[in-house]
Design a protein around this ligand. Sequence first.
Ligand code: PDD
Length: 280
Amino acid sequence: RIAYVDGRYVRHANACVHIEDRGYQFADAVYEVWSVFNGRLADTQGHLDRLDRSLNELRIETPMTRPALLVVLYEVIRRNRIKDGMVYLQVSRGAAPRDHFFPAGVKPTLVITARSVDRKVAAAKAETGIKVITQPDIRWGRCDIKTVGLLPNVLAKQAAKDAGASDVLFVDSEGFITEGGSANAYIVDQAGVIRTRSLTANILAGITRAQLLKILGSTDIQVKEEAFSVAQALGAKEVFVTAATSLVMPIVDIDGHKIADGKPGPVATALRAAYIENAI
Ligand code: PDD
């Protein structure tokens, strides 16, 4: 495997950044994840737009122009011979002697990695659906910025794994679901209306979410960008999450309670197929 680190293509096994990189010391870094279908990045511009936004919000310098970045992204895909897979990109503020203040004259650190994904395994998972647990949303107030400060997500997702589930639904102090551990969350309510939380600083504006809403715009399925409670999710016809990694993933069990008949529903299943068809 080959990784891109600060201007060089290096063996993945030997790839490293400095011990005083601010991504490592302060989580002073942002990231993006793309899925790759047939050697092509899915939702390319959407992820690049969000990367720009995350960098702007944190006042981290853009590491290179968009055309240059696209060349590097595709070079990493090519060198790793990725047909179906994932690309991970991370930009930190750079390496400097540890000090909370922004360092002067430091260049951002850019790292890009890629790996293959077995779409058959993912498809099998989507056919069964996943179990999740709810967890209090203890994350910071700027979840709209895609930073590598993911400790609450890590702890929550590990708690899910320990409980025999594969993801979490974060719940705010009012009992409303914000999003998944690394995905946006939706329900299909008893009226057949899709509900997903509106975009605020409390959740990440998923690129898969944006694409899904676009797809839904050309169907007669009604969508409401409104928060839903845990109780509403438990009583829903369907629950699902979306992300560049899991695409559209049905949830069939929350905290040990089956959703409907405990099988993936028709809406999530159709939307998964529609998303993939669009991305290919
Ligand atoms: N996570 N919400 C959170 C908290 C996320 O971490 C992600 C993505 C999403 C979905 O965003 P998108 O559709 O743009 O992937 C929502 C990535 C995949 C990750 O952390 O691996």
